[in-house]
Ligand binder design. Structure first.
Ligand code: CAA
Length: 248
């Protein structure tokens, strides 16, 4: 096997807080990082900022909610770098509100971005992974997919669905050198969490036994381990990283 084929890591939603930490960590680990984004202006600022920090990321635009667009994007990535060997399904959004106020759009947008996206991306790389006999798929879910959260029927449903996908796909590709795992972060200090109203957020932090939000790099370290060849026997697992907020 071409040794390069184990080193192409594609991260969706790369310009967010978790995505950035993952890109930086995998880059430091020596992977060729391909950063997916949707918003051009934000992506260019992100690239420039990372360049100042010493990271020169490859960027690829694409809408994870669009199956055909992901087909186009993955084909472009393959032409430019070779087949994706590590896929991190990280893109996600929130549209928090109790169900009695939730619109059809708020439901569909969250299911499309957080769950349909996992199929849309994985479907277009899985055959190459099978062919090369190696692959790592890491789905970034949430503590709220494990335990539920007031105001998040859409998000919790999508995040719980991600792990169902993980478990089934893990079985399907277990003999092909491909592992599929879920990480379920708790409340991490990203823009998404900082957008929660302050008094609501403070109450949430009070419920975390460690008494603090998680750091993005704390998630990135686990991504790095699961992406490595050392993690070859771990598949179908769901790793909680939540400061003790949800133990089971
Ligand atoms: N449990 C029970 N009741 C609750 C509640 C809770 N957790 N939160 C709010 N309520 C109740 C309130 O007490 C209030 O009741 P009354 O009308 O009887 O007084 C009612 O619900 C309305 O509450 P709000 O004033 O907060 O309503 P709102 O419409 O302004 O806001 C909300 C609703 C947007 C869901 C807001 O409560 C909120 O932001 N909650 C946090 C949601 C959250 O944790 N999101 C995570 C985002 S980050 C993320 O998703 C990353 C990750 O993976 C962890």
């Amino acid at each position: 096997m071409n040794p390069r084929s184990k080193t192409i890591a594609l991260i969706t939603g790369a310009t967010g807080g978790l995505g950035t930490a993952m890109c930086q960590k995998l880059s430091r680990d020596g992977y060729t990082v391909v950063a997916n984004y949707r918003n051009e202006t934000k992506a260019q600022e992100w690239k420039a900022k990372n360049k100042e920090l010493g990271f020169d990321f490859n960027m690829v635009k694409g809408d994870v909610t669009d199956f055909d667009d992901m087909g186009r994007m993955m084909a472009e990535v393959k032409d430019a770098f070779g087949g994706v060997s590590i896929l991190i399904n990280n893109a996600g959004i929130t549209r928090d509100t109790p169900i009695w106020k939730m619109t059809k759009e708020q439901w569909h947008d969250v299911i499309s971005s957080n769950l349909n996206s996992v199929f849309n991306c994985t479907r277009h790389v899985i055959e190459d992974m099978i062919e090369q006999g190696f692959g790592r798929i890491i789905n970034i879910s949430s503590v709220n997919g494990q335990r539920g959260q007031f105001g998040q029927v859409n998000y919790s449903a999508a995040k719980a669905g991600m792990h169902g996908f993980t478990k089934s796909l893990a079985m399907e590709v277990a003999k092909k050198g491909i592992t599929v795992n879920t990480i379920s972060p708790g409340y991490i200090g990203t823009d998404m969490v900082m957008a929660i109203r302050e008094e609501v957020r403070n109450k949430i932090v009070e419920q975390i036994p460690m008494g603090r939000l998680g750091g993005t790099e704390e998630i990135a370290h686990l991504v790095s381990f699961l992406a490595s060849e050392k993690a070859a026997y771990i598949t179908g697992a769901n790793y909680a990283i939540n400061g003790g907020q949800h133990v089971y």
